[in-house]
Design a binder for this molecule. Structure first.
Ligand SMILES: CC(C)(COP(=O)(O)OP(=O)(O)OC[C@H]1O[C@@H](n2cnc3c(N)ncnc32)[C@H](O)[C@@H]1OP(=O)(O)O)[C@@H](O)C(=O)NCCC(=O)NCCS
Length: 186
């Protein structure tokens, strides 16, 4: 499998991917990702060069967004003084589930973060999704805190406020053929 930066041509695939994950989550009785992600926002992140695709032949197996930019209102000023990379929208195709592909992508992301001099790999997970939080705890993240207020809709509840981090660390065990350039240091 290879990993490379997404291009604008991946937009439709990424939207379909998100939809597939949302349907799976609904079937599990979870409310995560029920609102479609805005295509213009997604395109902006692709153009910023922070969206990555894992391809298995001609199939998209997974995606991850890895960015130096923190979501507003989640991390304290003190935390933001520590160099970090943030994982967003980690998604594995259902055809490729159960092989720890997400774990390998987190290792790849940690390695990228380490190489760009960051101390932490950080994320915010769906506030009410305990199985997902358990997934990240099993992958070495520690829960920092849960931010409950300041959501996008009228400052209501934060849907994605479960904050976690793990030290950025070198890893060559992710096993992807990496076609990405090194991330620019911020
Ligand atoms: C999170 C994810 C990338 C992990 O991929 P993976 O490494 O291939 O792992 P799997 O999909 O096999 O999931 C491992 C376990 O975690 C559970 N899990 C993973 N994501 C979950 C979620 N969002 N909600 C509930 N359970 C979840 C799976 O059901 C599975 O449980 P099991 O071992 O009891 O079967 C993938 O499950 C996914 O795409 N989830 C939906 C999108 C998502 O929530 N992404 C995280 C955004 S912060």
């Amino acid at each position: 499998m290879i990993i490379e930066r997404a291009t604008a041509g991946d937009l439709e695939v990424l939207l379909a991917f998100r939809q597939e994950a949302a349907s799976w989550l609904t079937a599990l009785g979870l409310d995560q990702w029920q609102r479609p992600y805005p295509a213009d926002k997604l395109l902006a992140t692709i153009e910023a060069g922070v969206v990555f695709m894992v391809r298995d032949g001609s199939t998209t197996a997974a995606t991850i967004t890895l960015t130096p930019d923190a979501e507003d209102g989640l991390w304290t000023d003190e935390e933001l003084r520590e160099e970090s990379r943030f994982v967003n929208k980690l998604t594995v195709a259902r055809t490729h589930a159960g092989q720890d592909l997400g774990g390998r992508l987190l290792d790849w992301a940690g390695d990228q973060a380490y190489r760009s001099g960051a101390q932490w790999l950080r994320l915010d997970a769906w506030t009410t999704n305990k199985p997902l939080q358990g997934y990240y705890l099993r992958h070495g993240f520690e829960h920092v805190r849960t931010v409950v207020e300041g959501g996008a809709v009228n400052g209501g509840p934060r849907v994605s406020g479960w904050l976690a981090q793990r030290p950025a660390r070198q890893s060559e065990s992710h096993g992807f053929v990496d076609l990405t350039e090194p991330m620019p240091a911020s």
